[in-house]
Design a protein around this ligand. Structure first.
Ligand code: ACM
Ligand code: ZN
Length: 614
């Protein structure tokens, strides 16, 4: 029998349990720095007003984006009143207020009768909107009006600002070409994740993609390759189909504007001195002239045909960068700098004479001399250069920033030399690498870089001193498109792994894998609404074999979905909820096949995966 006192204790316990559980926490990616839930919610309906300060055109545009989304997903828009929001105190609405917060920072106070949004810049207001959208039911991302949805924001207090100023996503549009509507969608997705730099890879051995008025041949001819390798670069099999595509300057201007309205700066990349075969195929005089024939590359890789550091090359590059600078307001201009073989320079009489004349030690110093000369030019136009790690070879140009891709070492070295660094290490931040088991994934690069590997990466190397750490200005996810011929494949490779990079770039909340996967599962519902063709192996087991003896392998398995368990068989039969539960590493022999699936509450949540001994 329970005593009266016992009942009271039970009641207290029940109340405190409810309190501990609290209102459902919103699942936001990237995770805000500070988030506290309250009671109740703020309902958004046709009677809700958006109060914006008079003349704040940036915020008016942002609330316009809000109305666009509501119109599409809810079938109504909100009235916008643009004067002094404080005059409307007590009215039901969302109050947008410049409170002098730091650039990109925002705060949100959601109460049952009003929402107060504070910021210090248009960017902050825009990021507040991205969070508001994620506080709403995921139906807000639908492309047709949804019935029966209660459009409510849970009461909460949020204070948020980015960890890094540079939160980037790269797209290689040379190995494969992607049209402007897709790039707009790409930028929309970046913006949803508070990613603010689009690194646009525009020139390569396999194609030149940017219209340059002074050198029309670059796109008339240089956009084309006569065919493309099928499969991996070593297959030796080609498709026999000409492949091309380029962006007109008019399209570029439109995209730059589109991105700017979403607080995304486009950083163009024009590769020097290597990865320049498409340009050289149009203007062979820019090379060392050692070969009879220069032709746009038809497979991936590194090519010895690079720019020769002679006056006509510099004239050409200065002209090209003049137009690039005119098109792109970005303070940073990416000059590539990676993977430049020194073969041609070693054999070229001009290059060798130049090394002597300038008192350079070798071809690495010649590369540095080349880049420093271009840096002076670009600096003279009021812009800064950023380049891949290899620009450290032979000495870093005085004002250059480094994009560290060859692991972390280049980034560490550059930070120690007090140069700013963006961390985009391969393979951790390379979205062209396998994201699951190569046995069952579409063709990709390298070895698996799982979502978890990406999430766990800490972009500030521990070896740096407190002072050196300040030179790490951000992160970037790289999307090289060797094996991504279509937009669908790009989305498949980029998402959801890019969510992890976006969170590393923005969130000050610290790493919490379990929390991340819980939020991500909800977030994937948003990506579903948006029709993003992301990789769905979040719900599938990843079966990993580890070498043991000739006759045995050790098997480990993992699944990203939170609260899931893995059930498996070893005889080739399909697993069921009653199959063996995976509890830790085990051994298989040559005849056994691991067949596994993830389950939650006795229900399979993803695909069945199998792996043979091989
Ligand atoms: C690179 O991946 N070559 C920068
Ligand atoms: Zn040369």
């Amino acid at each position: 029998m329970v005593s009266r006192r016992g009942l009271i204790i039970l009641a207290v316990l029940l109340v405190s349990c409810a309190k501990v559980q609290g209102p459902a926490e919103p699942q936001i990616i990237p995770q805000p720095g500070f988030l506290q839930m309250g009671e109740g919610s703020f309902r958004i309906d046709k009677g809700t007003t958006l109060f914006v300060e008079a003349g704040d055109s940036a915020v008016l545009r942002t609330v316009g984006f809000f109305n666009d989304r509501l119109k599409e997903a809810a079938g109504f828009t909100l009235k916008v009143v643009s004067d002094d929001p404080l005059r409307h105190r007590g009215e039901k609405g969302i109050f947008w207020l410049d409170a002098g917060l730091k650039e990109e920072a925002y705060s949100l106070i959601v109460r049952p009768d009003m929402v107060r949004v504070e910021y210090g810049s248009g960017a902050g207001a825009f990021y507040a909107l991205q969070t508001i959208l994620q506080l709403l039911p995921d139906a807000v991302f639908a492309s047709a009006p949804q019935r029966g949805v209660e459009w409510a924001l849970p009461c909460c207090d949020i204070e948020d600002e980015p960890r890094f100023p540079y939160r980037g996503m790269h797209l290689d549009c040379c190995l494969h070409f992607f049209d402007i509507p897709f790039l707009k969608r790409y930028i929309d997705l970046m913006a949803l994740h508070k990613v603010n730099r689009f690194h646009w890879h525009l020139t390569e051995d396999q194609g030149w993609r940017l219209e340059i008025k002074k050198y029309p041949l670059l796109t008339e001819k240089g956009q084309w390759r006569k065919e493309t390798v099928v499969g991996s670069l070593s297959s030796g099999i080609y498709d026999g189909k000409p492949y091309g595509g380029f962006y007109s300057q008019e399209e570029v201007r439109d995209l730059v504007q589109y991105a700017a309205e979403r607080y995304v700066t486009i950083i163009p990349e024009i590769e020097i001195p290597g990865h320049s075969l498409a340009a050289i195929s149009c203007y062979p005089e820019l090379s060392c002239g050692l070969e009879d024939h220069y032709e746009t590359a038809t497979r991936w890789g590194i090519f010895r045909q690079v720019y020769c550091p002679k006056e006509e090359t510099f004239k050409f590059l200065e002209d090209v960068f003049d137009e690039v600078i005119e098109l792109f307001p970005s303070e940073l201009i990416h000059i590539g700098g990676d993977e430049c073989p020194k073969t041609s320079w070693k054999q070229c009489p001009h290059c060798q004479a130049l090394i002597k004349r300038e008192g350079l030690k070798d071809e690495f110093e010649l590369q540095s001399w080349f880049i420093q000369r271009m840096e002076r030019y670009i600096n003279s136009k009021g812009r800064q250069i950023i380049g891949w790690d290899e620009i450290l070879q032979g000495g870093l140009a005085p004002n250059a920033k480094v994009m560290s891709w060859l692991g972390e070492e280049g980034g560490i070295k550059a930070a120690q030399q007090h140069h700013e660094v963006v961390m985009s290490p391969y393979p951790k931040y390379y979205l062209d690498y396998w994201q699951g088991d190569p046995d069952s994934e579409p063709l990709a690069m390298g070895g698996p870089t799982l979502l978890r590997t990406m999430y766990d990466y800490e972009p500030v190397p521990a070896v740096l001193t407190e002072q050196e750490r300040r030179y790490i200005i951000g992160v970037e996810g790289c999307v090289w498109t060797e094996y991504m011929p279509t937009p669908a494949r790009v989305e498949y490779m980029a998402w959801p792994r890019m969510c992890a990079i976006a969170e590393a770039g923005w969130s000050r909340a610290g790493k919490d894998w379990d929390g991340f996967t819980r939020r991500l599962e909800t977030h994937l519902g948003r990506l579903d609404r948006l029709g993003v063709q992301y990789c769905r192996n979040f719900w599938d087991p990843f079966i990993d074999f580890h070498k043991d003896t000739e006759y045995s392998k050790v098997v480990t398995m993992s699944v990203d979905a939170p609260g899931a368990e893995i059930r498996y068989t070893l005889d080739g039969s399909a697993p069921a909820a009653s199959s063996t539960l995976y509890e830790g590493p085990f051994v298989i022999n040559r005849q056994q096949r691991v067949t596994a699936a993830a389950y939650r509450d006795g229900k399979r949540i993803g695909n069945i995966k199998y792996k043979d001994f091989k």
